[in-house]
Ligand binder design. Structure first.
Ligand code: PHE
Length: 356
């Protein structure tokens, strides 16, 4: 019996895994195991023998069972130990850099502009960036021979071979949305239209794609005085300080009379500051909507009149945030965004030009 005990305790302690342990259990204390067979022999023994051998076999069986259980637990511990060694995590490693997006200054300024005009009751209207030449020119009283067409450095699309209709254009200004809005809702109208416009032009202050916001107010008694009030209200809100405006007589085919509007500013050390000083900076074109334009939009010029204006959004952003080069807006390196204080998307700071 002592041999049996030594044999199994040794085998158990050397078992490599749970499978081997199970085999040993069957072999020793299973139904047909060595110890079970021995127990079956008890019946053939004398009562005296049985009294000695019986308890000894039982004790052996218990000892083997607890050795099996202990070894099983030890194997499980070892396996866990192994796993912990391979699955460790170094929490002292520095975190991986996360890429952070940020709101583009043009988007932010567009939001700011929209919010200010919304406070004055202007809704947002939109139109396509690829326009017919009728909406972009003719309906705005710019006929085919008009020099304004040539001046605008228009991008034209191609027509298929043999298609003699006039080509579509990339809209050169947001003014075509005036006509689209008139057609859509009729008078009265109070809208702004922010959006992309295109002209073949590229230098420090011109990019082939830029942004304008068109304004249009039409009713029975809208006057130039309303225009002046709305613009001064807008500029003061946008720049966060009272801004004087200066109206200069000008010419646009789609307004009569027309005015270019300057805002008060100062130049110091090449830096422009709006709302102070004795200099003037041209920021937009405007005027009273030409009767022919009202007619083109299906509005009776004898009953209604209104004002329109077009402001360059990119220029507004440059002025407000002191950005010197317009091309920076479309540069792929966005570090300059942080330089000018534009917040990442994690901390949005919404709501806080010339027309060319
Ligand atoms: N569309 C003109 C431009 O881009 C600006 C403008 C808009 C002028 C509305 C008058 C009225 O230059």
């Amino acid at each position: 019996m002592e041999d049996l005990r030594n044999k199994y305790l040794e085998l158990i302690s050397n078992a490599a895994d749970e499978g081997a342990l199970e085999e040993l259990r069957v072999q020793a204390v299973g139904k047909k195991g060595e110890i079970s067979l021995k127990m079956r022999e008890l019946g053939k023994m004398t009562p005296e023998e049985r009294q000695v051998v019986g308890p000894a076999l039982n004790a052996l069986k218990n000892e083997i069972n607890s050795a099996l259980a202990a070894k099983k637990a030890a194997l499980a511990d070892a396996a866990l130990e192994e796993r912990l060694k391979t699955e460790w995590l170094d929490v002292t490693l520095p975190a991986r850099a996360r890429r952070q997006g940020s709101i583009h200054p043009i988007s932010q300024v567009t939001e700011e502009v929209t919010a200010i005009f919304a406070d004055m009751g202007f809704a947002v209207a939109e139109g396509p960036q690829i326009e017919t030449d009728w909406y972009n020119f003719d309906a705005l009283n710019i006929p085919g021979h008009h020099p304004a067409r040539a001046e605008m450095d228009t991008f034209y699309t191609h027509r298929a071979e043999g298609d003699n209709r006039p080509p579509h254009v990339l809209r050169t200004h947001t003014s075509p949305v005036q006509i689209r809005s008139m057609e859509k809702t009729g008078a009265p109208i109070r809208i702004i239209c922010p959006g992309r416009v295109y002209r073949a032009d590229y230098d420090q202050t011109h990019t082939p794609m830029f942004h304008q916001v068109e304004g249009l107010a039409i009713d029975k008694d809208i006057s130039m005085a309303n225009l002046k009030w709305v613009l001064e209200e807008f500029f003061s809100a946008f720049f966060g300080t009272h801004v004087e405006t200066r109206f200069r007589a000008s010419h646009f085919p789609f307004t009569e009379p027309s005015a270019e509007v300057d805002i008060q500013c100062s130049w110091e050390g090449g830096q422009v500051k709006v709302g102070e000083g004795n200099d003037w900076l041209e920021v937009l074109g405007s005027g009273m909507v030409h009767p022919k334009v009202l007619q083109a939009g299906g509005i009776d010029p004898n009953e209604y009149q209104g004002f329109a204006f077009g402001i360059g959004i990119d220029r507004l952003a440059m002025l407000k945030y002191g950005i010197p080069d317009l091309r920076a807006f479309f540069d792929s390196d966005l570090r300059w965004l942080r330089h000018y204080g534009f917040a990442s998307l994690d901390q949005p700071t919404l709501h806080g030009g010339l027309s060319r």
